[in-house]
Structure formats: C-alpha cells, structure tokens
Write a protein that binds this ligand. Structure first.
Ligand SMILES: NC(=O)c1ccc[n+]([C@@H]2O[C@H](COP(=O)([O-])OP(=O)(O)OC[C@H]3O[C@@H](n4cnc5c(N)ncnc54)[C@H](OP(=O)(O)O)[C@@H]3O)[C@@H](O)[C@H]2O)c1
Length: 277
C-alpha cells in the first residue's frame, strides 16, 4: 500500500469489500450510516439491542454478508464478543462507528439517578468499549478508521441536558486524545457532531422537550448526515459537524462562551442561555 511522505497510509475509502461495524444500527443515524455503507458495497456488522430489527435490516440492505449482532454496548463483554465475531466472519475490520446513544432531558435536579447511569453507561462507556474492542484488530492490521458520534451538545452543553451533554463532551475529549495517540498506527478517527436530526431519539419524551429544542420539521435528514460523514472519513477529517452551523457554535464557544450564549439566545430564545452575567 502506498504511503505519503510522512509514512502515513491513505485514509480508509469506503467501497466494495469495506468491513464496517456500526452500533445503534437499528434506528436513526446508525441505520442511515449502515445503509450508506451498504450502498457503497461495504459489509456491515449491525449492533444494537433490538435483534428483530437488526435481522430485518440485514435482509433489506443492498449487498450480502451483513451481520445482525444483538448486544448491549453498556456491557463490555457483549461488545467485545460482537466486534470479535464480526471481525472473524468478515476477515478483518476497516471502520467502526460508535453511535449508540440514549437521551433523557429535563432539569438536572429532577433527573432520576437511573437515567444518569443509563446515559453514562451507553453514551460514554458504550463508546469506550466499542472503540477499545475495535482498535485491537485495526491497529494490528495497521489500518482502519474510528467514528465517534458525539453531538453539538458535546461542544456547548445545554440547559435541561446537563448529563446528556456531559456524556457527549466526554466522547469529544476521548476522541481528541486518540487523534494523537493513533498517529502513525494507520488508524484515523473522526468525531461527528450532529445538530438536531430526525430520528426517534426523543420520541419517548416529546412532551418534555425544552423550549430551545426545535426538532420536528427543522431536524436534519439522517441520510444526508450519513453521506457527509462518509465523505469526512474518506478525507480522514478529524471532525465533521452536521449541519455545519453546529461546528461554528463550537468555535464561537471555544473563543467566548458568553458570545456563544448571546448567539444561542438569538437563534433559540432565552431558554437556551438564561444566565447573562
Ligand atoms: N437525533 C439527534 O438529534 C442527535 C443529535 C446529536 C447527537 N445524536 C447522537 O446520535 C446517536 C444516534 O442517535 P439517534 O438520533 O439515531 O437515535 P435513535 O434513533 O434513538 O437511535 C439510537 C440507537 O442506539 C441504540 N441503542 C440504545 N441503547 C443501546 C444499548 N444499550 N446498546 C446498544 N444499542 C443501543 C438503539 O437501538 P436499540 O434500542 O435497539 O438498542 C438505536 O439503534 C446518539 O449517540 C445520539 O446521542 C443524535
């Protein structure tokens, strides 16, 4: 394989024969990514808890060899077994998408401890266990790519989503360190920061969503997001925000949290940033 002047391998280009493992593949963003991967000829390992949905998806995706891998990403042994099984059956692993996640919104003091634990176990630890298991075969092969699905809320946390935002910021910090640790291994990493995307993430709490949350008609299309993500993987980009304005929010917040608050008040109303001082 050709290397560049710095001795680096070319980025993973998704195409025929690419072996990809996607968590949270039964719905929303994960399902759309799995579809876009299959459309490009990839063989996809489909991980989530809903076995029947994964079976149906594996049968309906274009191409052959897609594997339903029912597992709970919060359970390290289950994720390790799913990654190992897919890697063995596919003969290797080129791409992993750590996407499975859950969201529970509401004022922090009203959030049940069980919800705090679930978001931490699935969004944060689930990402760690997935990436940890997938890095083993990829680093051994000297080639691969990791995608971590964070959120705009991981760049600037929102009121009523304190714990959710914290799990998403944890993913960001994790990925930012790995960019550097993986340098020279042949394995790349892209952080994905979605804004509001039309999925079932908030279906269980539609009546309780905070005023600043728009969702609904204004939410982005998961297939368009999946296409943007795969283009970012092909370019070995460190991060991709979708829609792009989400990335701008992260930049502004990094420079001046107060300025970001002012922008959010303008875009989303006072509930997005009530404190002015
Ligand atoms: N939609 C948005 O507006 C938005 C914005 C920013 C970031 N995100 C992030 O995007 C990711 C995907 O969310 P989505 O919007 O596509 O929501 P979704 O439609 O609800 O999909 C979530 C996926 O995660 C899986 N999942 C949940 N708990 C799991 C567990 N314990 N083990 C394995 N899989 C589990 C679900 O499958 P099962 O229920 O079958 O397990 C489902 O496939 C999440 O990390 C979310 O934080 C979404």
């Amino acid at each position: 394989m050709l290397v560049d002047g710095a001795g680096r391998l070319p980025p993973v280009e998704v195409g025929a024969g690419t072996r990809a493992f996607v968590t949270g593949a039964s719905s929303g963003i994960g399902r759309a990514v799995a579809r876009q991967l299959a459309l490009r000829g990839a063989r996809v390992g489909l991980a989530a808890r809903s076995a029947a949905e994964l079976e149906a998806l594996a049968a309906e995706l274009p191409g052959d060899g897609h594997l339903p891998l029912p597992c709970d990403v919060a359970e390290r042994a289950q994720v390790e077994a799913a990654v190992a099984r897919f890697t063995a059956e596919a003969g290797g692993l080129d791409l992993v998408v750590a996407n499975a996640g859950v969201a529970f919104y509401g004022p922090f003091r009203e959030l049940a401890p069980e919800r705090v634990e679930q978001m931490t176990a699935v969004n944060w630890l689930g990402t760690v266990w997935t990436v940890r298991a997938a890095l083993e075969p990829m680093v051994a092969a000297g080639r691969g790519h990791v995608v971590v699905v964070s959120s705009g809320a991981g760049q600037r946390s929102f009121p009523d989503a304190a714990v959710y935002g914290a799990t998403k910021a944890a993913q960001r910090a994790f990925g930012e360190a790995l960019w550097h640790e993986l340098d020279g291994t042949g394995v790349g990493l892209t952080l994905l920061y979605p804004g509001e995307v039309a999925t079932r993430l908030h279906d269980h709490e539609k009546g309780r969503m905070p005023v600043w949350y728009h969702g609904g008609d204004r939410a982005a299309d998961p297939d368009a997001l999946a296409e943007a993500l795969l283009a970012a993987v092909a370019a070995d980009r460190r991060a991709v925000a979708f829609p792009r304005i989400v990335g701008l929010l992260g930049v502004v917040h990094g420079l001046s949290p107060r300025l970001a608050d002012a922008v959010l008040r303008r875009l989303r109303g006072p509930t997005a940033a009530p404190r002015r001082g």
